[in-house]
Design a protein around this ligand. Structure first.
Ligand code: CA
Length: 225
């Protein structure tokens, strides 16, 4: 069965061009100019991926669409599209549960590369029975709480392990310091500096594999190239 994609985009020429491009590549595409209609359609027939324009003319904006989707426990991957390099929108989107983002104008080939990447990662997570993730020379066992680098076991504190797990479960996804704090420290009262300090330690422990813990200037961290 082909991958079903929902596109929400109010610029009709862009919607048509993207739809045509993806259909040519074998995707099944449903396009909408309003978020309300797209959400309705999604609940009737779920999609494998959603491409979401952030600024829409209707009452429901990209962020509202995403919130409703996540509130309904829908984990479908979402790639957000913003009008310009609007850093605040991007942070808001990533914190709202978007999996990746693109800024306009974008190259359709780049869109497709990102689609493949988020699809690969959601499918991987869904179909990994052993709960082990391998990336380059790093192996993490999520059940046993163990990490190896080039077959050499490394000792990680619970916080370091939590951070490693979050990043490795979501390769290429950018996390803000706030998101990492929420996920790893929960309600503990520590500042964002702790995230930077732990990222440093993590890199040190991972040795040359530490290069996969990437600082994304102005945003936070991601794992992998
Ligand atoms: Ca728009």
């Amino acid at each position: 069965m082909s991958t079903r994609v929902i596109i929400v985009e109010d610029e009709v020429p862009l919607l048509e061009a993207t739809t045509y491009f993806l259909q040519q590549k074998g995707y099944q595409v449903a396009g909408f100019t309003e978020a309300e209609k797209a959400l309705e359609s999604f609940h009737l027939q779920p999609a494998d991926l959603i491409i979401l324009d952030w600024n829409l003319p209707g009452v429901m904006q990209g962020i509202d669409f995403l919130r409703e989707l996540r509130a309904a426990q829908q984990t479908v991957p979402v790639i957000m599209v913003t009008g310009k390099t609007a850093k605040e929108e991007i942070i808001q989107g990533l914190e709202g549960g978007a999996d990746d983002y693109l800024t306009k104008p974008f190259n359709p080939e780049e869109l497709m590369a990102r689609m493949r990447s988020v699809l690969r990662r959601t499918q991987q997570v869904a179909s990994t029975p052993s709960k082990r993730i391998v990336y380059d020379q790093i192996v993490i066992d999520l059940d046993a709480h163990r990490v190896w680098v080039a077959q050499d076991e490394k000792q990680l504190s619970p916080k370091l392990f939590g951070m490693m797990k979050l990043l490795m479960l979501n390769p290429r996804r950018v996390f803000t310091r706030g998101q990492i704090l929420d996920a790893v420290w929960g309600n503990e009262n520590v500042g964002e500096k702790s995230v930077d300090v732990h990222a440093c330690w993590l890199r040190e422990i991972l040795g040359d594999q530490g290069k996969h813990v990437v600082t994304v200037r102005g945003f936070g961290y991601r794992f992998g190239a």
